[in-house]
Every structure is written in C-alpha cells, then in structure tokens.
Unconditional design. Structure first.
Length: 350
C-alpha cells in the first residue's frame, strides 16, 4: 500500500529473492575470478555463457574431459562452524583431481551455489575459496550460477556443486600401458579430504565433542581441523605425466584404496599394497579408535593418508618420485601392480 492508499503489486523481493544482492555478489567476486585468468579465456563473468579458446591455450588436436562433483556432508561442518572460507577449495579439488586421472589439464571451472537467502558476505568468502582452488590448480573460474531459492533451504544452509573442463592432446589419455610390475606411488593426503563425512559426523557425535572443542589429534578446534581442505594434486601430477612413465592415476575418494585403485587397472591385474609403507595420520587414528572402525572399513571408506596413487613404469619410479617430491608432495612407494584382481594388503595400518 502506498502513502496515497493505492495498492502495490508483489515483487520478487517480497517472495524472498533479491536480484540486487546477486548483482552485488558478482561485482564482489570479479577480482577473484580475474586472478584465475589463463591462456584461452575469452570473456569474463556476467554473460549468458563462458567462452574458451583451446587453440589459444596451446592445443593442436584436443580431446575435452569434463568432471563434476560436490563436497558432501563436509558442508554441514562448514555451515555449523561458520568457517566457509576453504570449502570452495574442496569443491575445486574434487573435480580437478579427477580430471588429471584422465591425463587432462584442467582449463576452466564453473560453480553452482544455492541457498535460501543470499548472504553476500558468506557467499563472497565461499566463492573466493573456489577462486583460490582454481588459481592453485591453473584453471580459470570462468562462470557459475548463484541460486536464491526461498523455502528450499533452512536458514544459513547452502549447497555447492562444481564443474571442471580440461583437455589433452589426442592419444595422451590415461590410464594406458599399465603392466604387472608397475610401481604404485602414493601421495600423502591433507587429512580426510571430502569423503566419509557422514561417518565422521557420527563419530564426533559418539565422542561427545563439539566443533569448538580442542581437536584430540591436532592443534586448534575440532571443526577447523576436520575442515582442512582437500589437497590439489594437479600441478605435481601433470609434471610427472610430462616426464613420462606414468601409466595411471587414481584419486582416492569415497571407496578408499580398496575401491578406487581397481578402477584404473586393466582386467586381470590387481594391486599389492604394503600398509607399512606409510604412517596412518593422527586424524584417522582418532576416527578409528573413537568409532571402533576396523582396518578394512577404514581402507574402503577413507583415503587413510593417501590421496592420489600413480601407477608408474618400474624403470621410471625413482625419477617420478623425485619430480613429485620436488613439486612439494610427500611421496611413498606403496606397492606394485600384480596379476589378479582387486587390492590385497600386507602389513597393518592400525
């Protein structure tokens, strides 16, 4: 009703959607997106689509590779603690770490951010995290979608999805050439990464601890420790692939070593893993002890300290190990490819 008594019609804002807030968010995140620019990017944020020039990126006969993922119920911890600054790194990592397993270089990334009511400050923090993940993995944050959907999410809740596109020259796709005797090289994880958090949250409930309580396995609050972002393996593994001798990569996500390694091994070949080749990180020791989780369950639920595995020609294993170490990875030779099926283990983690 206006001052003169005439009726006014409903607006989109009355229904809970603030278009102006969405426009303000785009302006805020433009500098972060600009920092991710790389060769091949043809347009900035704000259009109906995003353009990318593959020839400008240096490809002659490219094959495109796409991946999409989210971060699962790790989001719940980020929301409940208000620590949303690094969850975007997880989102990027879950996509680009998959792309490199195909032998592809990540080129660009798009995000989908949905919430009931847009909080510009929190959304800016989240998308700045996405941009940080893109920058660290050499891909451009080229576009995305922010959806304000009243009635679909509880107050303060949000959801994230990511979409990454990469490329390789024709004939360079992985896995390829895996043979019996290949050395399996493991790259250390930075904690739980982004899988198994429904079980993690259940274990925290059993422990009686809150997110603000001191973490039993690390310095600082429990919530912050469990939000340690997924490690980005892109630049280091691309360097190893460029050297040669890398036959396959397996991103160790949901399903752990037990389920993910067989995905990159040809029929008739399996993996022999020495569990004594690395030390189970403290966070996993605490989860296992508090939840009474047996070793086999740990190995097929969590990464258990190994976030990426490379299958490498035995003759190149030492050289590839040196390249990965020089790139900043904590590298362990954890086993070999053998005749058979599935993954078998010697030694003990627990």
């Amino acid at each position: 009703m206006t001052n003169d008594g005439t009726k006014t019609g409903l607006t989109y804002a009355d229904a809970g959607v603030d278009i102006d807030a969405g426009n303000s968010l785009i302006e805020r995140i433009k500098p972060a997106a600009k920092r991710t620019a790389r060769t091949g990017v043809m347009a900035g944020l704000g259009g109906f689509g995003a353009l990318f020039d593959l020839k400008g990126a240096g490809y002659n006969d490219p094959i495109l590779v796409a991946a999409t993922d989210g971060v699962g119920t790790k989001l719940r911890i980020a929301i409940d603690t208000g620590n949303v600054d690094t969850i975007g790194i997880d989102l990027v990592a879950m996509c680009v770490n998959d792309l490199v397993c195909q032998g592809a270089e990540p080129l660009f990334f798009l995000d989908y951010f949905a919430t009931g009511k847009l909080d510009i400050e929190d959304a800016t923090r989240i998308i700045n995290g996405i941009a940080a993940g893109c920058e660290a993995s050499g891909c451009a944050l080229i576009g995305g979608e922010t959806a304000e959907m009243p009635g679909m999410y509880h107050d303060g809740d949000f959801d994230l999805a990511g979409f990454a596109v990469g490329a390789m020259e024709r004939g360079a796709d992985l896995p390829a050439g895996v043979v019996e005797g290949d050395v399996l090289i493991g790259l250390a994880s930075d904690g739980v990464h982004s899988n198994g958090y429904s079980l993690v949250r259940r274990i925290v409930d059993v422990s009686g601890l809150g997110w603000a309580d001191d973490a039993p396995f690390a310095d600082g609050p429990l919530g912050a420790a469990l939000l340690t972002p997924t490690r980005l393996y892109v630049k280091s593994t691309l360097s190893a692939i460029k050297h040669g001798g890398v036959h396959a990569l397996a991103h160790i996500t949901g399903g752990g070593l037990t389920e993910n390694l067989p995905r990159v091994l040809p029929e008739g070949l399996g993996a022999q893993i020495d569990l004594n080749a690395w030390e189970l990180p403290p966070v996993f020791k605490w989860l296992a002890a508090t939840g009474g989780i047996v070793e086999s369950e740990m190995l097929k639920t969590f990464n258990s300290g190994i976030g990426m595995v490379l299958s490498v020609a035995a003759s190149e294993a030492d050289a590839v190990t040196a390249i990965l170490t020089a790139a900043g990875e904590n590298v362990m030779q954890i086993g070999t490819v053998k005749a058979g099926e599935g993954v078998s283990y010697t030694g003990s983690l627990l």
